[in-house]
Design a protein around this ligand. Structure first.
Ligand SMILES: [Mg+2]
Length: 124
């Protein structure tokens, strides 16, 4: 890896977001963060991170809308996205996403370390 991989973490849970940031940084990632979907969309389009890791339930703009908006953008069309939520049967979520480029994980089933592994897998 010659260049630092940059990821955007969008989550309205401040504790979870800082824990994630810390662990990703310790794994050599550069992390940019947003606490709602609206900020996440703006940041993503400006900074074009290598991957977007997003919560689904967030204020201002939820993660599903965020994903839909990103997919309308020429760059955002292909950026890998990992969506995380506590919703166990995410019919609405799954309908909204393109499973070729988007991965959906149920928050409670995944440890942060495993999510890091998933991110690495997606970036390879
Ligand atoms: Mg949330």
């Amino acid at each position: 890896m010659n260049e630092k991989r940059r990821i955007l973490i969008a989550d309205d849970d401040n504790d979870l977001r800082s824990m994630s940031k810390e662990i990703f940084e310790s794994e050599g990632f550069e992390v940019i963060e947003a606490a709602n979907g609206e900020d996440a969309l703006k940041l993503a389009l400006e900074e074009k991170p290598d991957l977007v890791l997003t919560d689904v339930i967030m204020p201002k703009m939820d993660g599903v809308t965020l994903m839909q908006e990103l997919r309308k953008d020429e760059w955002g069309k292909t950026v890998p996205i990992i969506a995380l939520s506590n919703v166990d049967s995410p019919e609405g979520i799954l309908k909204a996403i393109d499973s070729n480029v988007t991965t959906y994980l149920v928050k409670g089933n995944w440890k942060l370390e495993e999510i890091v592994g998933k991110v690495k897998e997606k970036l390879n």
